[in-house]
Ligand binder design. Sequence first.
Ligand code: 5AD
Ligand code: SF4
Length: 433
Amino acid sequence: MGKKLYIETLGCAMNVRDSEHIIAELKTKESYDLTEDINEADLILINTCSVREKPVHKLFSEIGHFNKIKKKDAKIGVCGCTASHLGEEIIKRAPYVSFVLGARNVSKITEVLHKEKAVEIDIDYDESTYAFSDFRSSPYKAYINISIGCDKQCTFCIVPSTRGEEISIPSELIINEARRAAQSGAKEIFLLGQNVNNYGRRFSSGDEKINFTELLRRVSQIEGIERIRFTSPHPLHMDDEFLEEFASNPKICKSMHMPLQSGSTEILRRMKRGYTKEWFLNRAFKLREMVPDVHISTDIIVGFPGENDKDFEDTLDVVKKVKFEQIFSFKYSPRPLTPAKDYEDQVPQEIASERLSLLQEMHKEMLDDIAKKQKGKVFNVYFEELKPGGYVAGRSDNNFIIKVKGSEELLGEFRDVKITKPGRLSLEGEVIA
Ligand code: 5AD
Ligand code: SF4
């Protein structure tokens, strides 16, 4: 019997891809097979996120629980951003943990597995050209990293300290990986990086320097690839050339993540975001004008130090004007290793909570309105997932989750779907062609 690996992934899409790399390395080099049953696992991994405080607290109760229910000789490893950030402290607080593997040290997974109490968290480690073994959790879409690390110094964000300096992955490696994915049947490519439209900023060797717009053009020329998505772009780097490519290239899905963070120019300055309220609005309006059906999602932090009622009003104002199709909203969480945690004017929790619910309530109404308008419209859907109750779900080009009655034969297929029952979280429809 082969050895069994149980892995839990928290956080962002980068972490999802890091987990796929970990699984690939363990499968091909150590003969592990995945299991969803933690009780039979020989190795239990948790790939952590440290962007907010809550999941970090949860980590210790979670691994404590793993330790109680695991098989006698099973190992527990902690990977990801909290591993980078806490390092050895994890083993001190939870001595039953066998190793700690940072978010920028994924390629060392087979090494740490054989070193008792190994802690590999070097944030200067360069894995940008490491050839990982292949594993993809979905046969229909392929996540591909295009850079590691992040050079932005947003004052709220711990990521530069957990994932280190930004290095772009050579375009040739990205293109080859996309080709392989297409050959194995993936029709959708998801390009990943902390700051994708800053692609080309720095390579670790003498590779050809191209920017993100050019990378998109090249990926879209690969035979078999029908859709391209990417995350996360930065509003500051949304120049006209990029928006024009986004608008005119039929393979680029018409869904853009534009992390606003705050609508107040003063708070944006304190966050060191590099743009103003006006710049953000200008880019969002231009995008809506160029791509009429575009879906714009965003991230918003409320209660950043110094945020007053007027600043929060500015955030609501941008939300009203842009009418985001999706908002990920968070209360500011002071993080270690970030400048903003030491700012004097921290906002009381009650005020931040109040602002968060105001924002979310306002957006719910917008979403009802957006959903209603979709009734009767026809979308081309790429089906990816079976859902309970005899449904199959996929996404429209502009990122609506759409479900229809159906089964396996729709998976990996494109169909035109007419919306019959619009909902806030997903739209239901009927296949018409
Ligand atoms: N507090 C709250 N939210 C944060 N994010 C990043 N750092 C913090 C923090 N300290 C949010 C940002 C980012 C998303 C991934 O997480 O909105 O875009
Ligand atoms: Fe979480 Fe950020 Fe790390 Fe992703 S990069 S896992 S969001 S801390």
